[in-house]
Ligand binder design. Structure first.
Ligand SMILES: Cc1cc2nc3c(=O)[nH]c(=O)nc-3n(C[C@H](O)[C@H](O)[C@H](O)COP(=O)(O)OP(=O)(O)OC[C@H]3O[C@@H](n4cnc5c(N)ncnc54)[C@H](O)[C@@H]3O)c2cc1C
Length: 497
């Protein structure tokens, strides 16, 4: 008998397990895959390990807090890196913009590449972006799932602050209003994709992501993002959490009570039952609702109809480059028409004809060593999530993969004979993460009320069931999924056994 069972060892599940076990409860994490990490995964080819999911770590303080719960210091387990420049943006007209860890260095760089007016626009934009973050983060990121009642209860000062979140404007429109340089517009609009959303329809509140990335800064992790996964497992194990890998859960066991259902534990695919009065589901919410709960409870939890973007991803074994030719940590190769990419994905529901290509040179970003002569370069192109029923034909993704590789080669970012050694299409992502439809960040934030529509971390109709993942409050991305885990843990700890 455990005090809590966590279904899934993704970031949200690990964070939840740590926060619950830190209060002295007995926790077991049950993971379908053979190792932890979930979407923050890794693969090994010819003895070289590389990340297959995230490559930028933001808001590291979220993790510092988690390690502290296990009396550990993050810096003893995880070394953060600040490669310079961090990002190189390449435009179809030949313009190049480098982004640095410190905002002041980025503004200087924009001055050199795009001119003084663009640099001034960026400086003003970052101040607007910080204003949104300062007002929005306590309520929509760090707090419990917001609803109209909780927002009103926050009091007049908090309500006045919320008018700063620019929720009634659209992200793209707010950028156009403040920034005239077309290159800078594209760079800033791209942050919608950090949430898998459409810059044309997402609320301008998402412009706070520019502050998170350019103001607070994104980091690499020495040895790769999976080092963070291993460190979180170390922290959890120090607190006595047990892990069972290769153990898919087939259902949440429930007991009918007078006013709804109560959790009894989980049933494993091999028929074994594990008892606990609390179950935290780190699996994608749609999988929990459609496969782990009885049909009669399906209407109690909102499953999104508008999943965030998916992505075609791959890893190239690319000839190592040296000196001035060396790869920068992250490269973004923009298309000629960026709005058309959003229109392809969200209006026409098809992979973009000319996708933005994102590359992460894992040696430069994470300081990890590749093969003798080659380095692992992660590539990604945005794509729509898989359909609600069925799936797209593989040939669609073959074309997207070919276009992505061709664009990478044409831009000189890899050589003609550099080989793709690992690949995951949106369809494969959807199969690996059940219920995700290949979506990377859970629900898209393509309307003003998206933050209120995300499933809360507490399931009101089922006592003892909690949701902790990128598809629940406060949403996707590594730090937010961890915060989802913490919010679920808070709710779970409030419940008396
Ligand atoms: C290609 C890619 C690039 C990304 N880039 C970034 C980035 O640069 N920065 C960033 O911050 N974020 C990025 N993200 C997003 C980030 O990785 C995710 O938001 C985050 O890792 C999701 O964590 P999660 O807690 O939702 O759990 P998940 O990663 O979804 O893990 C859930 C776990 O639950 C397990 N599970 C599911 N069902 C069951 C079951 N029935 N029984 C047992 N176990 C089960 C699964 O096997 C899985 O391990 C990226 C994601 C991808 C895929």
């Amino acid at each position: 008998m455990f005090d809590a069972i966590v279904i899934g060892a993704g970031v949200g599940g690990l964070a939840s397990a740590i926060a619950i076990a830190a209060e002295g409860l007995k926790v077991c994490v049950v993971e379908a895959a053979d190792e932890p990490g979930g979407k923050m995964g890794r693969a090994v080819v010819d003895g070289v390990e590389f990340d297959t999911g995230p490559s930028v770590l933001t808001l590291p303080d979220v993790f510092e807090d988690l390690f502290a719960m296990a009396d550990l210091r993050m810096r003893d387990l995880v070394t953060l890196r600040q490669p310079e420049p961090g990002f190189r943006y390449l435009y179809a007209d030949g313009a190049v913009v480098d982004v640095y860890h410190a905002a002041a260095d980025t503004i200087d760089s924009v001055r050199r590449s795009l001119g003084a007016d663009a640099a001034d626009e960026l400086e003003r934009f970052l101040s607007y972006s910080k204003g949104i973050w300062d007002a929005a983060a306590p309520v929509f990121v760090y707090g419990d799932a917001p609803n109209v009642k909780s927002v009103l209860a926050a009091g007049p000062a908090a309500l006045a602050g919320l008018t700063k979140v620019d929720a009634m404007s659209k992200m793209w429109g707010a950028i156009e209003k403040r920034v005239s340089d077309p290159h800078l517009r594209m760079l800033l609009a791209r942050y919608a994709t950090y949430n898998g959303s459409d810059a044309r329809s997402a609320p301008a509140t998402l412009n706070c992501i520019a502050h998170v990335e350019l103001g607070l800064g994104g980091y690499g992790v020495e040895g790769g993002m999976f080092v963070l996964v291993r460190a979180l497992v170390t922290a959890a194990e120090k607190l006595g959490v047990c892990f069972r890998y290769g153990t898919p859960v087939s259902g949440v066991m429930l007991e009918r009570k007078l006013f709804g259902e109560r959790v009894l534990g989980v049933e494993l695919e091999d028929g074994t039952a594990l008892s606990a009065p609390r179950v935290v589901a780190n699996a994608d919410v749609a999988h929990v609702v459609e496969s782990l709960l009885p049909a009669k409870l399906r209407h109690g939890i909102p499953v999104t109809e508008t999943p965030s973007m998916s992505g075609y991803t791959g890893v190239i074994r690319a000839r190592r480059r040296h000196g001035d030719d060396a790869r920068v940590a992250h490269t973004v190769l923009f298309p000629r028409d960026y709005e058309a990419e959003f229109a392809d994905i969200f209006d026409r529901d098809r992979p973009p004809a000319e996708p933005t290509v994102y590359l992460c040179a894992q040696e430069a970003n994470h300081g990890r060593r590749g093969w003798d002569e080659e380095e692992p370069v992660f590539i990604m192109a945005n794509a729509p999530a898989e359909p609600r029923r069925g799936h797209r034909d593989d040939s669609v993704y073959r074309t997207l993969g070919d276009v992505t590789m061709a664009r990478t080669r044409e831009a000189g970012l890899c050589d003609a004979d550099d080989e793709l050694v690992w690949e995951r299409t949106p369809r494969q992502l959807a199969t690996r993460f059940r219920g995700s439809r290949g979506s990377i960040y859970g629900a898209a934030s393509n309307n003003q009320t998206a933050a209120f529509q995300r499933p809360s971390n507490r399931v009101s109709k089922v006592k003892g069931l909690f949701l902790a993942s990128g598809s629940a409050h406060p949403g996707g991305g590594v730090p937010l999924a961890a915060l989802s885990g913490r919010a679920a843990a808070r709710a779970a700890l409030e419940q008396r056994a």
